[in-house]
Write a protein that binds this ligand. Structure first.
Ligand code: HEM
Ligand SMILES: *[C@@H]1O[C@H](CO)[C@@H](O)[C@H](O)[C@H]1NC(C)=O
Length: 511
């Protein structure tokens, strides 16, 4: 073979190379086409909105207002409809409690077609892992969210919040509305790094701010990639300007997480420090990861370690940022609920001035308002699975193994059979009388089943502490000229930020 190749002229070599590439491209098309046939056939019994011959539904999904477009489709096609992102990637998009239960109670793996886009960034951490390794990591990390670990975090949440509120005190003086999303994001990152990664008291540095900006770019690029079929292929994507921008942002994120790991490893080199940690009854997240050994005494690999740190760094701050920001928008829009929450918190505090662990369980009205915010503005609006075995749905229709399913949490939360007047903000839906008898899969902001959110309790506590302290310091109002526009970017953001007006309530009105 080699002598034959050597005897070929450059022209002939080029020719052979072109033929080889053509054959490979052709084979790739055949395999994509066969997969398309499989996915389409599986969804034969599910009518849906008309598809564009090339883009499928991608155009509709990319437009502003796409979330509500899906709600209108949901009302037209009960239970589920096919959703095509280009011609080769088709999901059954579901938004009905029994359908959600059929799939999400089982713990099928994440749909690699979407979650593999994460790999370059957060690697194979808990969010993306599957099978025995997922189970092993989940078991390993669950004690990091034990309630004894969470208790002292109340003071940390409060500290980070006060720093943000002091900043707002100055801005509030100007008596203009301003976008709160970025400030909330920095606060949530600060608090996460202190709680989960044992960062000291010093505030966020330049590296942290760059990390924050990088994540906002990465979530934008990821969403864009999901919705743009031309970008689905890795090889093509990395050649595009967006793909290269993605890689650059990943680099910023990785530098940040590497630094966090390095600092902790250095602290642990000190023998005494390590002993002190071993004697603690409850270890923090990073201690658990660094101390983890499998049955053969082998440590987590550096790649596994970094994947988990990257995963928690992202999942742990961007989601709560969305939740807190939309909550403040909701109470700004509905002053009567705002007042009621504030009165409840004042009553719980009495003459104390700091929140304690036991207070969190007493904030019932605030909790209902947080849940109602999650219903209307779910921080994670959509999640995807690939079926590992067939599923039969309540209405007799079914899907074979290998099918892709998208759970549209946003549309699920607006089902008018379950929620009367779904667009109305009404926290009383979550009172104990009104919740009794509701389908357990009708409300799933943290997803449900074995692959639900591991940080759920952490997130609820943070939401309560942060929003309670915000309400004690300020009165919030919307700016009618700058109302937010919902925009899904893995998490729910607003296209134009979340602009609020604030009036200081502290005595002497601002320091
Ligand atoms: C309001 C805040 C939050 C919301 C609404 C939320 C929502 C969710 C949802 C819907 C999932 C399922 C994702 C999927 O199926 O692809 C999930 C998974 C996950 N969340 Fe959260 N989350 C929040 C806060 C947090 C926090 C604070 C942390 C960590 C400190 C966290 C860590 C994770 C992890 C690691 C997973 C993957 C779990 C697994 O697959 O085993 N989340 N979250
Ligand atoms: C809402 O849920 C009910 C009860 O599960 C179901 O019968 C109905 O079809 C759902 N609506 C939509 C739009 O999926």
């Amino acid at each position: 073979m080699v002598p034959v190749l050597l005897s070929l002229s450059p022209f002939h070599l080029g020719l052979w190379a072109s033929v080889l590439i053509l054959v490979l491209v052709f084979l790739k098309f055949i395999s994509l086409f066969l997969r398309r046939q499989m996915l389409a056939k599986a969804m034969d019994n599910f009518p849906g909105p008309p598809t564009h011959w090339l883009y499928g539904h991608a155009h509709e999904i990319q437009k502003t207002g796409s979330l509500d477009k899906v709600v209108s489709w949901a009302n037209q096609f009960p239970y589920a409809h096919p959703l095509w992102l280009g011609q080769f990637l088709g999901f059954l998009n579901i938004y009905e409690p029994d359908y959600a239960k059929a799939v999400y109670s089982r713990g099928d793996p994440k749909a690699a077609d979407v979650y593999d886009f994460f790999l370059q960034w957060i690697g194979k951490g808990l969010l993306v892992l599957q099978g025995p390794k997922w189970f092993q990591h989940r078991k390993l990390l669950t004690p990091g969210f034990h309630y004894d670990v969470l208790k002292p975090y109340v003071a940390v949440f409060a500290e980070s919040t006060q720093a943000m509120l002091d900043k707002w005190e100055k801005k509030a003086h100007e008596d203009k509305s301003f976008d709160i999303f970025c400030d909330v994001g920095h606060m949530a990152l600060d608090t996460l790094m202190k709680c989960t990664f044992g960062k000291g008291d010093k505030g966020l540095g330049q590296r942290d701010s760059s990390y924050y900006m990088a994540v906002s770019d990465l979530t934008f690029l990821m969403q864009q990639r999901v919705e743009t079929f031309q970008y689905h292929n890795d090889f093509i994507y990395w050649l595009t300007p967006h793909g290269r921008r993605f890689l650059r942002a990943c680099k910023v994120a990785h530098d940040h997480t590497d630094q966090v790991i390095k600092e902790r490893k250095e602290a642990l080199k000190d023998e005494k420090e390590w002993e002190k940690i071993q004697n603690q009854r409850h270890l923090d997240f990073l201690d658990i990861l660094l101390g983890a050994r499998d049955e053969n005494g082998v440590k987590l690999s550096d790649a596994d370690l970094r994947a988990e740190v990257d995963t928690f760094m992202f999942e742990g701050h961007d989601t709560t940022t969305s939740g807190i920001s939309w909550f403040l928008y909701c109470v700004a829009l509905y002053p009567e609920h705002q007042t009621r929450c504030r009165e409840e918190i004042r009553e719980i505090l009495g003459d104390r001035d700091s929140l304690q662990w036991d207070d969190l369980g007493k904030m019932s009205y605030l909790t209902m308002c947080i849940k109602e915010t999650f219903r209307l503005y779910p921080p994670v609006p959509q999640v995807y699975r690939q079926l590992s075995k067939p599923v039969n749905f309540v209405d007799g229709r079914s899907l074979p193994a290998g099918s892709l399913v998208s759970l549209h949490i946003y549309a699920l939360h607006r089902n008018s059979t379950v929620w009367s007047d779904p667009e109305v903000f009404d926290p009383m839906r979550f009172s104990s009388e009104n919740s009794a008898g509701r389908h357990p899969y009708a409300f799933m902001p943290f997803s449900a089943g074995p692959r639900n959110c591991i940080g759920q309790q952490f997130a609820m506590n943070e939401m309560k502490v942060v929003t309670a302290l915000c309400l004690l310091r300020f009165e919030f109002a919307v700016d009618p000229s700058k109302l937010p526009v919902k925009l899904p970017q893995l998490i729910l953001r607003s296209k134009n930020g979340i602009h609020l007006r604030m009036k200081s309530l502290s005595s002497g009105s601002g320091k």
